[in-house]
Structure formats: structure tokens, C-alpha cells
Design a protein around this ligand. Structure first.
Ligand code: SAH
Length: 465
């Protein structure tokens, strides 16, 4: 971030606007939303500014614009309508120690005014660092639609009742109270009817201490998808935003975690390379403990929580503790990997059976089940297969299939550093190494005759090896 969004306290702050024409008027309108003390420096004012000066809403100054005259103003807007004069005034305002915003000259701005969604005191500021004002407006329009026009009134009402709630309720009850106010039917009622009826209901709950109990939210086992954060589902994002605590794995993309509330606790329960993994029992125990404390828990797993994710063990532990859970599906790595190389997991007439398996199945001396599928029209996707490649090749060899199978390997699918490899299974060990295919990767195996896992050429922006 080149710029950082912050909310400045404006009450009685001296804000100076240099210029008396339309540009200055626009900035003035914006500042009039605040409680700042606005001074406009200009020889003459346009009619709108003059009316504001006559009404005492702004102060008109006609004296010379010097660093001394601007001293103590934390924020100065420059908009005389003449870029040359603006640049000179920028220097003067800088000398005075102010943060300066020069209209239409982003290079001369210490402070950029964002696009604003105004439900005072709920205010959303949208900025693109000057790169895409049209996009900022689109985001603003989407948010305008999303936020009820009376939302600010409800927030203000909550603000007025905060002290009363703090006097009568404990922290836990207060949290439940505000959840009830903002999540439940009360918010919808406020949107329809406004303050009066809703205020009565909230005060009554605070007075009696009887906060309507929210049904305890089930623990959500959420699939984060295989990589980039736009591959999580909308339901997954919703659960993340509701969560008080999130237990996440190593392969979960950090971008996905950013979708959670900033104050949600994030607990890493994966395995860092070279360190001990959290034992599954311990993960189960911390999830159960958090849910029993009344926290809203999200267990965030890469891909889909139902595919090689030990989700069933966690669900068992929750059931044993008589806790509810829900599964929020995600895009599994095989889907992400196939899509990333323009391929399809099944294809009518070519691959009618899709096998999801793990390289760990290649342990032991027998031939795993999935090998028997490779003679048919099947697509076999091997998870956790890179380290097991020698064993996989060995299994194929023992089944007499090594020369008939093709491999498509996709590592870090749907990430910027994705890699793709295609080769004969007989070369896979050496080729995986040569191509630098590392875990996490999906190995697609298909019988050459049926070309079951045939994929088209990788899409050009992806790194193909
Ligand atoms: N629940 C996950 C799988 C977890 S097991 C899912 O549904 O996808 C971990 C394995 O998933 C890795 O060893 C790798 O085989 C695969 N995997 C996860 N993310 C991947 C990615 N971005 N690209 C390729 N494979 C991935």
C-alpha cells in the first residue's frame, strides 16, 4: 500500500481550501460533511461558497497565502483551477507543515480523498491510489446497494446505548446483544421502521439482562480452495467473516485469511517444513475447546474439507462433544489443477471414471486399487504424489503399465508460480525432478490409448515446463 486509509478526527480542526471556484467548492462540499472549521482563501468566491460564507458555515479569507497564514492547518486543499498556481501553493502549504491535496494532481497529493459510502457514523472509504477511479465508483455503487440507508442511524443508536449496556451487562452478554441487534430480525425491522420501536426493544433487553440466546453457531469446516483467494465459495467467505477464531493449514493461501475479520484469532495448526506437525488429536481438542467456549469456529482447509483433509476425524470429535458442525465445500486441488491447464476431469466417451487417490496409497508391496483403473477410461488424480513418485512408478511397473501411462503434473495449481509437466510415466521420476515440480502437486495419470487425462496446451500466462 502506498497510501494508508485512516479516519481523522475533524471536530474543530482547521481545514484550509485554497481557491474560490468550482474545484474549491467541490472540496468544500466534502468537508462540510465533517465537523471541521473550514477556511477558504480566495480573492473572490463563487455564489455557492459566498452563500456558505454568508451563512457562517465557512470563513472567507482574502489575505495573502503564506506559510504563516496556513500554520496549524493539518489539511490543505488546493484547487484554484490553474495548475501552475496550484503547484506553487502546494509548496507553500507543505512549508506550513500541512498534509496537502491538490485537485487533479496526484503527484502533489499527500492525502487522497477516497470515494465514500456515507451512512454516518458508518463510513466506508474506497481508494485505488489514483489507478482506477471508475473502479472505485463501481465498488461504491455495489456498497451503496448493500448497505441499508438507515444503517447509520442504527449504529448511532447502538453508540448511544453503549454505556448503558456496559453498566448492566458483562462482556459476553454485550457481544451477544450487539450480534442480536446487527445480525437478527431487529436490523431488518430498523430498516423498515427506524429508531423508535427498535430502541425500545434494545433498552428492554439491556434492562432485564435477557439477551435473546443466539443458537450456537455450528463449527464450520470450510474449504479454502486450491490457491488464489477468489476460488473460495461465497458461503466460505461468509463463515470466515463471522468467525471469532480460525484454525488453518499450511496450504491455505494467506490471501484467503485476509477475507476474515481483522480481529478474528488465526491459529496455524499445520506443519511448517522442518517442524513437527500438530497431531490430529491436538487439533481436534483445540477446535472442540474453542467451540465450547462459545467462540464461532472456522476450521479452514485447503481445497475441499472432504478430500484428503481428515475432516471426518474432526467431525467425529465434534459429534462426540455434542457440538454441531457444518461442511462448506471447496474447490478441490484436482479441479483447480485440471482447470488451470484447460483440462476436464471427466470427458464423455474418454474418461467416464474419476479416481481421486493419494500417493500414500502406494505404500506397501501390493498394487493399489487405482492402478486397476488405468486400463479403463479413467482419469486418476494423485494427491500428495510427488514424494511417492518412485513408488507410484514401481506400482505401475509391477502392473505392467509403466509404458502405457502418461503423466500430467501440476504443482501449485492456481498460484502465480504454478508449473506444469507432461511426460511418459516411465520418465516421471527424473522428469519431475528436472522440471522442479514440488509439493503441493496433483499427478494426473491416464492410459495412453484412451488419452483419458488429455489436456490442451497450458494457457499462456502460466509457467509451462
Ligand atoms: N483438501 C485438499 C487436499 C489436501 S491434501 C483438496 O481438496 O485439494 C494436500 C495435497 O493436496 C497436496 O499434497 C497436493 O497433492 C494437493 N494440493 C493442494 N493444493 C494444491 C495446489 N494448489 N496445486 C496442486 N496440488 C495441490
Amino acid at each position: 500500500m502506498k497510501t494508508f486509509p485512516m479516519f481523522l478526527t475533524m471536530t474543530d480542526r482547521r481545514v484550509v481550501i485554497l481557491g474560490g471556484g468550482e474545484q474549491a467548492t467541490q472540496k468544500c462540499r466534502l468537508m462540510l460533511k465533517t465537523e471541521a472549521a473550514i477556511e477558504v482563501f480566495a480573492p473572490t468566491l463563487d455564489v455557492e461558497l459566498q452563500a456558505l460564507a454568508d451563512a457562517g458555515r465557512i470563513t472567507h479569507r482574502t489575505g495573502p497565502i503564506t506559510a504563516r497564514a496556513l500554520q496549524g492547518a493539518p489539511l490543505v486543499f488546493v484547487g484554484t483551477g490553474c495548475p501552475g498556481i496550484d503547484a506553487a501553493l502546494h509548496a507553500v502549504a507543505r512549508d506550513a507543515g500541512a498534509l496537502v491535496n491538490v485537485v487533479d494532481q496526484p503527484d502533489l497529493c499527500d492525502a487522497i480523498t477516497p470515494a465514500i459510502v456515507d451512512r454516518d457514523p458508518v463510513v466506508v472509504a474506497i481508494g485505488t491510489e489514483g489507478t482506477a477511479p471508475v473502479l472505485a465508483r463501481q465498488v461504491k455503487t455495489a456498497l451503496e446497494r448493500m448497505l441499508d440507508p438507515r444503517l447509520g442511524d442504527l449504529a448511532a443508536l447502538a453508540g448511544r446505548l453503549r454505556d448503558y449496556a456496559a453498566q448492566r451487562l458483562g462482556p459476553r452478554q454485550r457481544r451477544d446483544l450487539w450480534r442480536w441487534v446487527f445480525n437478527g430480525p431487529l436490523r431488518a425491522q430498523h430498516a423498515r421502521e427506524g429508531d423508535a420501536a427498535v430502541a425500545r426493544a434494545i433498552k428492554e433487553v439491556i434492562r432485564t439482562g435477557k439477551v435473546p440466546a443466539a443458537a450456537p453457531a455450528p463449527v464450520a469446516l470450510v474449504g479454502a480452495g486450491p490457491g488464489s483467494r477468489d476460488l473460495i465459495t461465497l458461503r466460505g467467505v461468509q463463515r470466515l467473516q463471522e468467525a471469532d477464531i480460525i484454525f488453518y493449514d499450511r496450504l491455505v493461501d494467506p490471501g484467503v485469511l485476509e477475507l476474515a475479520r481483522r480481529d478474528a484469532e488465526r491459529v496455524f495448526v499445520g506443519k511448517e517444513p522442518g517442524c513437527h506437525a500438530w497431531p490430529q488429536d491436538k487439533i481436534n481438542a483445540v477446535i472442540v475447546a474453542a467451540a465450547k467456549r462459545g467462540q464461532r469456529v472456522v476450521r479452514l482447509k485447503c481445497g475441499d474439507p472432504g478430500v484428503f483433509a481428515r475432516g471426518a476425524e474432526e467431525a467425529d470429535a465434534l459429534r462426540a462433544a455434542e457440538l454441531e458442525y457444518e461442511i462448506v465445500p471447496g474447490v478441490t486441488a484436482a479441479s483447480g489443477a485440471a482447470a488451470a491447464v484447460g483440462g476436464f476431469l471427466t470427458e464423455r466417451g474418454k474418461s467416464d471414471t474419476l479416481v481421486l487417490t493419494t500417493g500414500r496409497c502406494a505404500d506397501g508391496n501390493g498394487v493399489p486399487d487405482w492402478v486397476t483403473h488405468l486400463t479403463g477410461r479413467s482419469n486418476v488424480a494423485v494427491y500428495m504424489g510427488v514424494a511417492a513418485a518412485p513408488k507410484i512408478a514401481d506400482c505401475l511397473s509391477r502392473a505392467g503399465l509403466l509404458d502405457q501411462v502418461e503423466l500430467t503434473a501440476v504443482s501449485k495449481a492456481q498460484h502465480a508460480d504454478q508449473k506444469v509437466l507432461r511426460c511418459a510415466a516411465s520418465d516421471m521420476v527424473a522428469e519431475l525432478d528436472r522440471a522442479g515440480i514440488e509439493s503441493p502437486a496433483i499427478l494426473f495419470l491416464s492410459h495412453r490409448d484412451t488419452s483419458t487425462a488429455e489436456v490442451s496446451e497450458p494457457i499462456p500466462h502460466l509457467v509451462a515446463v
